[in-house]
Design a protein around this ligand. Structure first.
Ligand SMILES: [Zn+2]
Length: 419
């Protein structure tokens, strides 16, 4: 490769307007009066969205493969097609009150990368693929991140096929109805590396006035049920010193959930979102309180530390008050750090392009979480207005949309090698 070719690649930028226009055109399928999108997985609208995106891919010279769970792989060949593809992607299904950018941005940014390479006749050593994953949102069918989850063998194809919506229609029936059951076995598709561009869906980038979030990983989650047991008694005749007030103890522990998150910075999160007081009567001292605890952090070790912390606090409170406190883990999702090579490739691209950037963690799940089990993976975040997502008012600026796509392109090109 001569120096002038190298310079050309460094100068390469996507077509901002074309990417924006494609986003706006796809957003018309299932458009809501408030400016959002309702395009639930495996509906007729989802089919129309898939048809449009795959048509665009074919027009860009890509081949399209669909697997048995309806994941789509749009491929631009490389010079050496025995190499596993450098992949990007996301999802095009939305929440019932979804926005134009969640998921759709990641898929169309991938398409824009390919269109840009085509414009300039740039060849890569490894093939490039753009994936759209079935039912990421999990709004109509559970589990969430279904297509990428089956692909990564987090659960079986049969389990996903059997999932039914509120009307009893199954994933299998609906995939067949919209014509998106492919022949490829999910997971039988090599990946060299995976990148995903996504709106942040939170307020941190905006708060720090940064354009690019270099995502280092996705937070692990621990969900607990907590029960504090006291003794119901009449609110009048029972003097303060002789009470076993479960709510007074529970609220102290609830404060500690938040304090625990503060004790494990910078990524600790602690939330009590659900509370049941028994018997929930104005003139009865609460005899039992049940509440949820949601703890998150960036590594499993940090999650373990928060677990030990909150349990120690509960034990101390129980000793002090004489009231039994039970904490039961009900579910747990491991933290998913992204691969250092991919994280660094994203950071290098942001730096070289001159965009303000900062490390970021994702508090929400993404298809990239499952891909990270299979291949080196990384994500690019861009700000969304007021940090709002899963809402029809979800918004992002054309400048940030373009910046994230340029970062995606240069990170992918580093891995795919320009020839
Ligand atoms: Zn998403």
């Amino acid at each position: 490769m001569d120096t002038s070719a190298k310079l050309d690649i460094a100068q390469l930028r996507i077509n901002d307007e074309r990417l924006w226009d494609s986003l706006m055109e796809l957003a018309q399928i299932g458009a809501t009066p408030k400016g959002g999108v309702c395009r639930l997985a495996l509906t007729d609208l989802d089919r129309q969205g898939r048809d449009l995106v795959t048509r665009w891919a074919r027009e860009a010279g890509m081949t399209v493969t669909i697997d048995k769970i309806g994941n789509g792989f749009m491929r631009r060949p490389g010079r050496n097609n025995s190499l596993p593809p450098i992949m990007t992607g996301s999802h095009i299904d939305t929440q019932p009150t979804g926005g134009k950018f969640d998921g759709n941005y990641g898929v169309l940014a991938g398409l824009e990368v390919v269109r840009t390479l085509n414009d300039h006749g740039i060849e890569t050593e490894a093939p490039i693929e753009v994936a759209f994953w079935t039912n990421e949102e999990g709004s109509r069918f559970v589990p969430v991140m279904m297509g990428s989850g089956v692909f990564a063998r987090a659960f079986t194809l049969e389990h996903a096929y059997a999932a039914a919506d509120a009307e009893g229609k199954t994933v299998r029936q609906e995939l067949e109805r919209i014509g998106y059951v492919g022949s490829q076995e999910p997971g039988e598709h090599p990946i060299g590396a995976y990148f995903e561009a996504h709106i942040e869906q939170g307020p941190v980038l905006e708060d720090h006035a940064r354009t690019i979030g270099v995502v280092t990983g996705v937070l692990g989650i621990r969900w607990y049920d907590c029960v504090v047991t006291g003794m119901e008694a009449h609110a009048g005749p029972t003097p303060m010193a002789l009470r076993k007030d479960a709510l007074q103890v529970a609220t102290r522990l609830m404060q500690e959930v938040v304090a625990c998150a503060h004790r494990h910075p910078p990524h600790g999160r602690g939330t009590v979102g659900m509370v049941q007081v028994h018997p929930n009567s104005r003139n009865v001292i609460p005899g039992q309180v049940r509440f949820s605890i949601d703890l998150r952090n960036a590594s499993d070790a940090d999650c373990d530390a928060m677990d030990a912390d909150i349990r120690a606090v509960a034990e101390r409170l129980s000793r002090e008050t004489g009231l039994p406190i039970e904490i039961t883990l009900v579910s747990s999702y491991p933290a998913q750090p992204f691969h250092a090579d991919c994280v660094e490739a994203v950071a290098r691209a942001a730096q070289a392009l001159g965009y303000s950037h900062m490390p970021a963690v994702s508090g929400a799940g993404h298809d990239a979480v499952y891909m990270a089990r299979l291949a080196p993976a990384g994500m690019v975040f861009i700000p969304c207005k007021d940090g709002i997502s899963h809402n029809e008012i979800e918004d992002a600026t054309p400048q940030d949309i373009a910046a994230g796509c340029n970062v995606l392109m240069h990170a992918m090109l580093e891995r795919a090698q320009v020839v």
